[in-house]
Design a protein around this ligand. Structure first.
Ligand code: DX5
Ligand code: ZN
Length: 223
């Protein structure tokens, strides 16, 4: 299930670090290894200086795995594109606060399509800016690197940001708090302790044996 108990940490391998010629195989591998979601990084070459996957890749992955698809749009003004990703099979669509002019409207639209609506925050964007959309936000993606590339060092202040978001949420189950960037067996337990519900990990999972790496992460976040 996408929305588990509030303190069950879910693992979302990011295909950005998988072999681009074997994406379906990578999806099946992490599914068999116990991943909870599949994180798909969509980059447009404008919001971030890199280009990755489009809706047709998401549709192919939808056919390859039963894992929920967590689509992270690093796209400037993504509103005209979200329907294509939802039609392709996205279960979570996350847009960046910094990239959207009419955020309330876009979040409402994503939710109206029976998709979870996520809002991502770059390291320099404070959680408090979400005060007027907080109740509508299903999924908060706290970036612990500046978006655009895998394999960057973890930004330690993300821990405080996660803690603040977790405190703000209080007893509520929403938004789910996801963290993206530099997640490994050292940072994962720190993030879990700060209140993260979902950990996205790219290079840590795919730069080794994904089954071993996922097991290490699972152990690291299991009390
Ligand atoms: C970065 C992407 C991340 C990326 C994380 O912009 O949003 O999802 O895959 O990679 P690692 O885990 O290597 O930091
Ligand atoms: Zn991502």
């Amino acid at each position: 299930m996408l929305v588990a108990g509030p303190r069950v940490v879910q693992l979302a391998p990011s295909l950005l670090s998988a072999d681009a010629g074997q994406l379906a195989e990578a999806a099946r591998t992490v599914e068999a290894a116990g991943a909870d979601l599949l994180h798909i990084d969509v980059m447009d070459g404008h919001f971030v200086p890199n280009i990755t996957f489009g809706p047709h890749v998401v549709a192919a992955l939808r056919r390859a795995t039963r894992l929920p698809l967590d689509v992270h749009l690093m796209v400037q003004e993504p509103a005209p594109l979200v329907d294509a990703f939802i039609d392709a099979g996205a279960d979570v669509v996350t847009v960046h606060w910094e990239a959207v002019t009419h955020l309330e409207r876009l979040v409402a639209h994503i939710k109206a399509r029976d998709c979870l609506a996520g809002i991502a925050l770059n390291p320099a964007t404070p959680v408090t800016l979400l005060v007027d959309v907080w109740d509508e936000c299903d999924w908060l993606l706290i970036m612990s690197v500046n978006p655009g590339f895998g394999g960057q060092p973890f930004w330690p202040r993300a821990l405080h940001k996660v803690q603040r978001a977790h405190d703000w949420r209080g007893e509520q189950a929403r938004p789910r708090i996801a963290v993206d960037g530099g997640v490994d067996e050292t940072t994962a337990p720190q993030l879990a302790a700060a209140g993260a519900d979902v950990l996205v990990a790219g290079s840590y999972v795919f730069d080794g044996d994904p089954a071993v790496r996922l097991r290490n992460l699972r152990q690291a976040v299991t009390p």
